[in-house]
Design a protein. Structure first.
Length: 156
């Protein structure tokens, strides 16, 4: 979670090619939609393959009852790429999707809205909401500290 391929290489003491080989062997090139009778929730998030937020791929997961499965790893995080992937979900499965869970990236949200319309709830990932919430509190804390340092004596 929240790691680049390079981070995983360091954490697992493995080479980049080894990690990529594992990913290639365990993720199919195309989704066999016939293996699913339903998909309750779709998750869409991106990871950076390299430090500095470059070279993104999008991970699309499905939550089916209490199990999470990887549905696809998309070549980039463009709205068009995500929209094409979502549009290939067969209609019978689309009817079973209750929600799309995503970070706050507009491309993912608009792709989901354009494919599913108002029939599926868009849910923002709680980790991203918490991060945004903490950022606001941290900013306020720093501003208040600066204000107090100006107004109060060092003893106070």
């Amino acid at each position: 979670m929240n790691s680049t391929i390079q981070d995983v290489c360091i954490k697992e003491d493995m080479g980049y090619e080894a990690i990529m080989g594992i990913i290639d062997r365990h993720i199919q090139a195309e989704v066999d939609w016939d293996t699913f009778s339903r998909i309750d929730v779709i998750g869409v998030d991106e990871i950076s393959l390299k430090k500095g937020h470059r070279d993104f791929v999008t991970i699309v997961t499905g939550r089916i009852e209490d199990k999470t499965v990887i549905l696809g790893v998309l070549a980039d995080r463009k709205k068009t790429t995500v929209k094409i992937f979502l549009s290939h979900i067969p209609y019978k499965l689309r009817k079973t999707i209750k929600a799309i869970c995503s970070d706050m990236y507009d491309g993912f949200i608009y792709a989901a809205k354009e494919i599913f319309g108002k029939h599926v709830k868009i849910v923002i990932d709680r980790f991203h909401v918490a991060k945004l919430y903490r950022k606001g509190l941290d900013t306020l804390r720093k501003q208040e500290l600066r204000r107090l340092k100006k107004e109060l004596s060092e003893e106070e």
